[in-house]
Design a protein around this ligand. Structure first.
Ligand code: PLP
Length: 368
């Protein structure tokens, strides 16, 4: 056992930034209902609106386009609930895949990129009468492989077909400069705990004119779009994390080089290594990698004992590992059971990837 644990599972969640913790501690205690008219309420309202500005800055949109929710899952569910039909991809997060019972799936290729021809064919078959109640939902980056989807092209296809387009942007948020305002995207989902904020808070961005009615019936908070007294402590932490993440984006450019060095070393020094999505554009922080004959679940435990926290496939809420629908959709077959996911975050340093490589080579002892 090592004394210091290296954390490389940031696509699951990230450590809380100090600035977020400070803001959250400051928000704890006073009575703080942002709808109250007295000074306590007004202070709470100021905090919410200042957090909204920070989130909007990181997303490249106007604060008025940001609705606070309880996280990525709720944002995805909220937007899809506005429509009767959903066209989506086979690699979406479960909070999109299972959010609607009328989902039509578009396949991805072996690199994990959505098949635009299949999407175009599907769009050409949609009846005009159904279009106002149909939405396309495709994630910007996959949480297991880091593969980026051509969302600008999809947005353009949606626009020219008169369809709304939603993108789950949970994994790209804070890792690249976003410009929601000048994009053609109708809605985007974000989550605080992937950028160094707390879990249980997120946002849904919507373009003016796009429908957005609250799923929850109640007090009509967030301009009637999300009822329920605001989670002030969470929102304060989200705002602080977003403000800091805005200055931190270049960290992920450097990380891409550390990740690439790690993968190159594995491929050079060992037989039977596969990096999923390697030929596609990818997030710089993610590596989904398999070594022949090594079951992912056992390797995660071995890595953990060696002081490196990573994950396998997609861990479901029970903590068990289920087979990855993403890798299956990419045609990985049995190799999916050998895939481990490494993902850096705001607190990751170069030596984390170097240590990861050393531990990996130790655990996969067979020479090249
Ligand atoms: N979408 C993607 C791509 C994710 O990776 C996650 C979290 O794992 C979610 C949505 C859900 O976000 P949250 O945990 O805030 O509900």
């Amino acid at each position: 056992m090592r004394d210091m644990q290296i954390y490389l599972d940031n696509n699951a969640t990230t450590p809380l930034r100090k600035a977020a913790m400070t803001e959250m501690l400051a928000a704890m205690g006073p009575p703080a209902n942002p709808s109250s008219v007295h000074s306590f309420g007004r202070n709470a309202r100021l905090l919410v609106e200042s957090a909204r500005e920070s989130v909007a800055m990181l997303a490249g949109c106007r604060p008025a386009n940001v609705v606070f929710t309880s996280g990525g899952t709720e944002s995805n569910n909220l937007v899809l609930a506005q429509y009767d039909h959903v066209i989506t991809s086979t690699i979406e997060h479960d909070s999109v895949r299972h959010a609607h019972n009328r989902c039509q799936m578009i396949a991805v290729d072996e690199h994990g990129v959505i098949d635009l021809d299949q999407l175009a064919a599907k769009l050409s078959m949609i009846d005009d009468a159904v279009k106002p109640n149909t939405i396309i939902s495709v994630m910007a980056a996959n949480n297991e492989t880091g593969v980026l989807q051509p969302i600008d092209q999809i947005a353009e296809m949606a626009r020219s077909s008169n369809l709304a387009f939603h993108s789950d942007m949970v994994q790209v948020f804070g890792k690249s400069h976003l410009d929601f305002t000048s994009s053609e995207i109708s809605y985007a989902s974000f989550s605080a705990h992937k950028i160094g904020g707390p879990a249980g808070v997120g946002a849904l961005l919507f373009r003016p004119g796009c429908r957005l009615a609250s799923m929850l019936r109640g007090g009509g908070q967030e301009q009637g779009r999300r009822s329920g007294t605001e989670n002030l402590i969470g929102i304060a932490g989200f705002g602080a994390a977003a403000a800091e993440a805005f200055g931190d984006i270049k960290h992920y450019d450097k990380m891409a080089a550390w990740r690439n060095d790690f993968e190159a070393r594995m491929l050079d020094e060992r037989h039977g290594i596969t990096v999923f999505g390697k030929s596609a554009p990818r997030l710089g922080n993610t590596s989904c990698i398999a070594a022949t004959g090594k079951a992912a679940e056992a390797m995660v435990i071995a890595f953990d004992l060696a002081g490196v926290a990573i994950s396998a496939g997609s861990a479901c809420s029970s903590g068990k590992v289920k087979s990855s629908h993403v890798l299956e959709a990419m045609g990985a077959g049995e190799r999916a059971g050998e895939a481990i996911r490494i993902s850096g975050g705001w607190a990751t340093v170069k030596s984390d990837f170097e240590t990861l490589a050393d531990v990996f080579l130790q655990l996969y002892k067979q020479p090249a």
